[in-house]
Design a protein around this ligand. Structure first.
Ligand code: MN
Length: 269
C-alpha cells in the first residue's frame, strides 16, 4: 500500500501581506464559488487546450480557502480543479479541511466510512480521468493544516487554532486544525461535542476559520467563522483582509441537510 502522508505541516508565508480574500467551506458549490470570485473582482476563464483555469485579479488579491472544498455539493471535481489551478498559479492558498483529508485517505485506499457526502464526491470523481484523480490525491497530500500570513498576523485553519499553537506542528495540532477541540463525548445525534475555542481566544493574530456553519459571521476576540453553510442552502462567504469586508453569495439551492442546527455566536464587544 502506498505510504500515507498524513502529517503535512503548516505553511508560513511571512512576506505575503495581501490583500487576501479568505473563502469559507465550498463543499462542491462550484457555481456559487464562481459567482463569489466574480463579485470579488477576479476574472476566471477556462483554457480549453490547456484544460486549465486562468484566474487573475486587477489588484493582485489572493484567495485563501479554509478547506472542505468537497462533499455534499454537486460539483466537487470542478471546485478541486479550479482551486488546484489557482494554487499552482500562486493566486491562492488552501488549508486542509476534515472532508478533504477524508477524501485523501479514501483515494489512498484507506478503509474510511463513505458517507457525509463523500459518496457523492466519489461518484463525481468516477466520471473524471485517472490522471485527474491522481492530481487530486497529490494536491490533498500537500495541503497544510494551517497557514500563517502577513508576519503571522493572519492565521487560517479549517476549525481555527488557539494562539499557543500558531506555527506549531504535531499530530495533535493537525487534528485541532481539522476538527477543532472536542470534549471527547458525543451528543444525542452521535456527533462529537465541540468546544468553543474562540470564546477564550486572547491572541493578537486574526484567526479565520470555517468548519461549523453559522448564519452570520461574527468577530469574537480577533477570530471569525466564515462558514455560512452554502451547501446547506445558506451562503458562500469571503472575508477580505486587511479591510475586514465580508462578501457573500446565496446558495442556488439546498444541496444537503445539516446533521445539527447552525451555531449562533454573539459577537464580542
Ligand atoms: Mn465543512
Amino acid at each position: 500500500m502506498a505510504q500515507i502522508k498524513d502529517l503535512s505541516g503548516y505553511l508560513i508565508k511571512t512576506a505575503e501581506r495581501g490583500p487576501f480574500d479568505i473563502i469559507g467551506d465550498v463543499h462542491g458549490c462550484f457555481d456559487e464559488l464562481l459567482e463569489l470570485l466574480k463579485k470579488l473582482n477576479y476574472s476566471v476563464s477556462y483554457e480549453k487546450t490547456e484544460q486549465a483555469f486562468n484566474v487573475t485579479h486587477p489588484l493582485q488579491h489572493k484567495a485563501v480557502f479554509v478547506g472542505d472544498l468537497v462533499d455534499r455539493g454537486p460539483k466537487s471535481p470542478e471546485v478541486l480543479h479550479l482551486v488546484m489551478d489557482m494554487v499552482a498559479a500562486g493566486i491562492a492558498f488552501c488549508v486542509s479541511g476534515n472532508h478533504d483529508d477524508k477524501l485523501y485517505r479514501k483515494l489512498m485506499g484507506r478503509n474510511v466510512q463513505v458517507r457525509h457526502g463523500l459518496e457523492l464526491t466519489m461518484e463525481q470523481l468516477g466520471h473524471c480521468s485517472a490522471a485527474f484523480v491522481r492530481r487530486v490525491r497529490d494536491f490533498l497530500e500537500t495541503l497544510p493544516h494551517h497557514i500563517l500570513l502577513d508576519d503571522g498576523r493572519l492565521v487560517v485553519a479549517h476549525a481555527g487554532l488557539a494562539e499557543h499553537l500558531h506555527g506549531r506542528h504535531s499530530r495533535t495540532v493537525r487534528d485541532l486544525c481539522l476538527y477543532g477541540p472536542t470534549t471527547g463525548e458525543v451528543d444525542q445525534l452521535g456527533l462529537p461535542v465541540r468546544l468553543d475555542w474562540a470564546a477564550n481566544y486572547t491572541g493578537h493574530a486574526i484567526v479565520v476559520y470555517g468548519h461549523t456553519p453559522v448564519h452570520e459571521p461574527a468577530w469574537r476576540n480577533n477570530t471569525i467563522n466564515i462558514d455560512t453553510g452554502c451547501v446547506f442552502g445558506g451562503r458562500l462567504t469571503a472575508l477580505t483582509y486587511p479591510d475586514h469586508i465580508l462578501t457573500a453569495v446565496p446558495a442556488h439551492q439546498t444541496y444537503a441537510t445539516p446533521a445539527r442546527p447552525f451555531v449562533e455566536h454573539k459577537a464580542s464587544a
